[in-house]
Design a protein around this ligand. Sequence first.
Ligand SMILES: *Cc1c(COP(=O)(O)O)cnc(C)c1O
Length: 496
Amino acid sequence: MKERTSTSAVLDAMDEETKYLTPIFGSEASDAQMPRTQMNDEPVEPRIAYEMIKEYLSIEGNATQNLTTFCQTYMEPMATRIMSEVMEKNAIDKDEYPMTADLENRCVAMIADLWHADPDEEPMGTSTVGSSEACMLGGLGMLFRWKKLAKDAGVDIYTSQRPNLVISSGYQVCWEKFCRYWDIEMRLVPLEKDHLSLNMDTVMDYVDDHTIGITAILGITYTGKYDDVKKLDELVEAYNQEHPKLPIRIHVDGASGSMVAPFVDPDLEWDFRLKNVWSINTSGHKYGLVYPGIGWVIWRGKEALPEDLIFWVSYLGGEEATMAINFSRSASQIVGQYYVLMRNGFEGFREIHLRTLDVARYLAEELKGMGIFDIYEDASNIPIVCWGLKDDANVEWSLYDLSDRLRMSGWLVPAYPMPANLQDVVVQRVVARQDFSMQLAIKLVEDVKKEIDTLSKARFVTGNTQGVINTGFNHGGRSAVDKGDEVQTQAKTAQK
Ligand SMILES: *Cc1c(COP(=O)(O)O)cnc(C)c1O
């Protein structure tokens, strides 16, 4: 066995007062190694452990300047206070914590209402850890429904072709996981330069008797564009008229957009107002304004949610339906979601999102004005700005170089290739969030101009054309499903 690091041996030698008065970074204990592969034998004083860990983490970057992620990097003090005060409650213990369970049910009801679910259809839903779990559940709902319908319709579901899911190639990696885990063929409708969202001219060509459903994306991760769910619903409705035994339904992956559109674009029809939209998910921790991790999935009614997905747990002497995959987790995020819904109200959400959109649109305008960028997304839907270098930009550096340079001022603005069929197009993206203020946007624009100037004057360009830069913020990690697939690997930077 390796020799373990002992910190308290040092402390034992001191008297109590010395121990207490010793400055933290002057203490011998703070010289001790932070355990790496093996626990220390002895305990460490809490304030020393606290400072050492905090210091260690402090150098990885500033969350506000992380313009890579959709995930919230700000909550107000009263929100974090209530969240930290309920951390010990286990959200799954509905019988023990019925008031917490009640708040979760209220969140489901409020979100279902935002998405225009009809109470008469008895919408159901649940909180999840994030959209990944929510998409998994939405996908399983489609799979189980299809199995039953296909069997009844006499389709051979076991020996002929595998079931398939139709989705655009701009999907988030959770759908690849869903398809891999459940042995489902992923039918990708390619994104193209003039179709940067689900292609309505071709999508129905991908559908057959083995299609479990179509996933529409409200806020494609790469570009922020919305799929045209209303048009899709019309196409699906026409198909369903011809195929009454095996109708197709739509799941909307609204990880980002489902908590933006209802507030800033209330007339846009993408939700349960459309007949064939049967389930929707969102990430509470994206534009739902809560720290990670919380997500939501809602089915439009009883008929949309297969019985096989429901488990019953005891609750207030009766039974309560649960459908989440995870069992135990803290109630903090659920309470946090309830807090922001209550605290902001509809108007508050709208104001926050409109202001964030303003900032993103300012950034888009400024980038456009620089003359060398094609703006692929100018925050027309969600507060995302996405741009590429013009073909005739006539510069010797790449967006990867610009991304590298911006890191020197602390900005994390990723550059990455677009998905399959469009890999040649390299883009850079900024996700604006509520804590990205106009002041910061102005500073970012100044820094972009400065770095472009530096790069243009440089005699030797760094020549980073490899794409992925691993950072402390790269919480996408290397997904289990992208091994050996270069496009996916490079694209993972976008999979936030
Ligand atoms: C972020 C995202 C996901 C995954 O969401 P998590 O909440 O991070 O699990 C799924 N789909 C889309 C479109 C996303 O943007």
